[in-house]
Ligand binder design. Structure first.
Ligand code: VAH
Length: 313
């Protein structure tokens, strides 16, 4: 059975729905530190787990006979800069707990998300390669870089079957993101429908690698279902679909909402975004476990506006 830690979050919630669809409701246990997503809490087996409390994870693993854990709980880039040591503690302690459960053979398989935040200002910005200089300047990025090193170490030394993806910014409509730098690309659709305007906290030319949630979920399921011998990289895989700037997403919205007005007021998150790549080379994921994305910006905008309109009626 599968346990999702952080199931109430932006990615965790959609992973829960998808994995329940694939494996059956009773085979996927959702958990989070509180009941802050009633859609998830009321849609199947839900447990309260503090990702920093080894015992609470182990109790749940034994109670439900869990063999696979998706660790989706973390403090993201923007919030992490407000609470650096909290971000370090949460992101690292939770990872060690899950890796140690696998090392002790309580579970068989682990998914752990990394991020393009592992890259920093000294990383090549266009088509950033899988192997390159990585000097992250956010605490979040540091936890992801170090976390990747530990995932590879536990695989090498203790044969732990941990798999990971360096997610780009992820765009979705079901659950709001929490505390990320790429969150503007989600907020903008809500504001476009509610107020026909949006004040963006990044400047108009800030290109960032992005991915629609359906593609991100597909990649996560695919990497976890791949044969172990296909997963040659045990740190984390580069992954992306598209890249765009706030200006480009505004233009794509104006095709549907002609009077949509975009304004720019960069805040502290501009410096974080400027430290990240503009586009990613994900050749290894494409070659080693057949990754490919489906949604381009036009398709994302169409889907986001359609789905949000339907939920806001
Ligand atoms: C963030 N959405 O903004 C996350 C993600 C690459 C961005 O790591 O922090």
């Amino acid at each position: 059975k599968i346990l999702i830690i952080g199931a109430c979050g932006q990615i965790g919630s959609e992973l829960t729905y998808k994995l329940r669809e694939i494996h059956g409701d009773d085979n996927v246990i959702a958990s989070d530190i509180s009941y802050n997503n009633l859609g998830i809490v009321n849609s199947g087996i839900f447990e309260i787990i503090d990702a920093m409390d080894y015992k609470s994870i182990l109790v749940c693993v034994e109670k439900h006979k869990i063999d696979t854990i998706y660790l989706m709980a973390a403090m993201l880039s923007a919030t992490g800069e407000k609470y650096p040591m909290k971000a370090w503690d949460l992101n690292m302690t939770s990872l060690f707990h899950v890796l140690d459960l696998a090392k002790a053979k309580f579970i068989k398989k682990v998914f752990w998300p990394s991020s393009i935040a592992v890259f920093g200002p000294s990383t090549p910005k266009e088509n950033t390669p899988q192997y390159t200089t990585m000097e992250p300047t956010t605490v979040y990025g540091i936890t992801k870089q170090v976390g990747e090193r530990w995932c590879e170490y536990y695989n090498e030394k203790y044969d732990v079957d941990v798999r990971s993806i360096r997610y780009p910014g992820i765009i979705s409509w079901k659950t709001l993101p929490g505390g990320g730098t790429t969150d503007y690309a989600v907020e903008i659709y809500h504001k476009a429908l509610e107020e026909s305007k949006y004040e963006c906290f990044l400047s108009e030319k800030t290109a960032l690698p992005m991915l629609f949630m359906d593609d991100a979920i597909k990649a996560t399921v695919d990497i976890m279902e791949a044969k172990p011998e296909a997963i040659k990289i045990r740190s984390s895989y580069n992954l992306s679909g598209i890249s765009f700037t706030p200006e480009e997403i505004a233009l794509s919205i104006q095709k549907h909402i002609p009077d949509f007005k975009m304004s720019y007021n960069p805040d502290f998150r501009q410096k974080i975004a400027d430290s990240w790549p503009k586009s990613i080379d994900d050749t290894q994921a494409r070659e080693q476990w057949n990754w490919k994305h489906s949604f381009d910006l036009e398709a994302i905008t169409k889907e986001m506006l359609t789905q949000l309109k339907a939920t806001k009626k």
